[in-house]
Design a protein around this ligand. Sequence first.
Ligand code: SF4
Length: 320
Amino acid sequence: MMRIENVTAQYQTITGPVVSVKDVDFTIRDDEIFGIAGESGCGKSTLLKVLYDVIQFPLEIAGGRVVLDYTDATGAHRTLQSGEIKNVWWDAISYIPQAAMSVLNPVYRIDEQFFELFRRHRKGSGEKAMKDRVVQYLNELDLPVDILKSYPHQLSGGMRQRVVIAMATFLQPNMIFADEPTTALDVVVQKSILMMLMELQSRMHNTLVIVSHDMGVHYQITKRMGIMYSGSLMELGTTDEIFSNPLHPYTKMLIGALPKVGDKSTREGIPGGPPSLRNPPPGCRFAPRCKQARPECSQSVPKFVEVAPGRFAACHLLGK
Ligand code: SF4
């Protein structure tokens, strides 16, 4: 579905380029829920911009490329690269942002926003067909049809997020990116949003990519996931493998910090914070926070290697 081939992305600043995504290389498959995890400031959002083809100054791709392979609505196979992918936004690839209010236009009712999407991407359809299809789709998603007459501010945060998900999936795209889709929602609403995303993916058999700092979200919904740290992938594998047998010290610490039902012992956090991308440490960027660091860790960058079929990690300890 999407190949990310050795991608490096950077921001131009007045003091020079700041590399935010470095040598990232992996594949996202058809019909899967893939997660991208890591603390805030690890490059997840920049990677998402690169994958979704939102490359605008000061962001630029300094190396590598992103390739999207998909079958369009006519059944034709298409291959697009960075710079071309934006031409199929909404039709083949869509985006669910973190804050629903930032995509819903506050001065238009929800129905007008659906109709606008329909008119732009399904040219030639009559008004009645358009309205019927929107109502039918809301019914399919168990969303109340009367929200169509509401303005965004009249809906709860959870309902606004459901509306945005409905709009992002309305044209049945092959691939959907969701950026922290449950942040700022209470836990009950979070659960229902995750269930909605899972149901939609299983119905459409498309690819859903969830970007979230919340490991609990990944555990509940994703099938494979990548762990990012300081702009690079540290580990990649199935979600089951990563939670049951984490290989990278950073992944181990992320999972070790999670609360567990019935366990009242104090969880150990990860000391410190991610390094500055402007002046990262030499060698392994996790070394200043890693309890298992050794002298070689600060001297050379560990390679991101396949340690078992489909399982990748970047740490000097692996294989020793
Ligand atoms: Fe820790 Fe060294 Fe592995 Fe980096 S390479 S995660 S510092 S052990």
